[in-house]
Write a protein that binds this ligand. Structure first.
Ligand code: 3PG
Length: 208
């Protein structure tokens, strides 16, 4: 079975999920996260500049663990790794997407929100996955319930998590980290307020 090393779940307590609209913001946002104590980023493939942003961060902020999120097609998995992504995250799971992410050779977190999907990921030989959309799909109580029959499955819950609710997830034995966009608010990025992003990152880094 495929093993993910190093474990994507154990790099930082809060994985910054980042949307970059303006390519020029990519490198300063990555540097602000590193400065705040969160040397990891899940850059989402939701904007036209996302692949260029991955390339820019890979070239200029090599100390950050760089991942690509919102991987929804096999082609995106390949393109993200070619652009420098060292790990991949998908919001959900299909057999083709799982096979494509496995074929890239980089660690990845397939998205799950049901026990059957968790079983499909375990069947593929993986034990680490995303739980999305976390708050809407049952939140921390859901993960606590899943730990009964499937204690080997470990999660990065993402979707609707806030600084106030992160700790309830992080205290669970089957949660490695949580993910969220709250560290990099769109208005802070638009204003070039890198200090605010560093401060939010520092607060999140202290959550565990
Ligand atoms: C994701 O793709 O993981 C979600 O969009 C996270 O967004 P949120 O933290 O704003 O819910």
């Amino acid at each position: 079975p495929e093993t993910s090393s190093p474990s994507v779940l154990d790099i930082v307590p809060v994985m910054p999920v980042v949307v970059i609209d303006d390519l020029a913001a990519a490198v300063p946002v990555a540097r602000a996260l590193v400065d705040g104590g969160l040397p990891a980023i899940e850059l989402t493939l939701r904007t036209p500049v996302a692949l260029d942003a991955l390339r820019a961060i890979a070239a200029e902020v090599p100390e950050i663990t760089l991942g690509a999120g919102t991987i929804t097609t096999p082609a995106q998995a390949e393109a993200a790794v070619a652009a420098g992504a060292g790990f991949l995250v998908s919001p959900g799971l299909t057999p083709d997407l799982l096979a494509a992410m496995l074929a890239t050779g980089v660690p990845f977190l397939p998205g799950t929100s049901t026990v059957s999907e968790v079983l499909a990921v375990l069947e593929a030989g993986l034990t680490e996955m995303k739980f999305f959309p976390a708050e809407a799909a049952g939140g921390a109580p859901y993960l606590k319930s899943v730990a009964g029959p499937l204690p080997q499955a470990r999660f990065c819950p993402t979707g609707g998590i806030r600084p106030e609710t992160a700790a309830s997830y992080l205290s669970l034995p089957n949660v490695g980290c949580v993910g969220g966009t709250w560290l990099t608010p769109a208005d802070a990025i638009a204003a070039g307020d890198w200090e605010r992003i560093s401060k939010l990152a520092a607060e999140a880094a202290a959550l565990r």
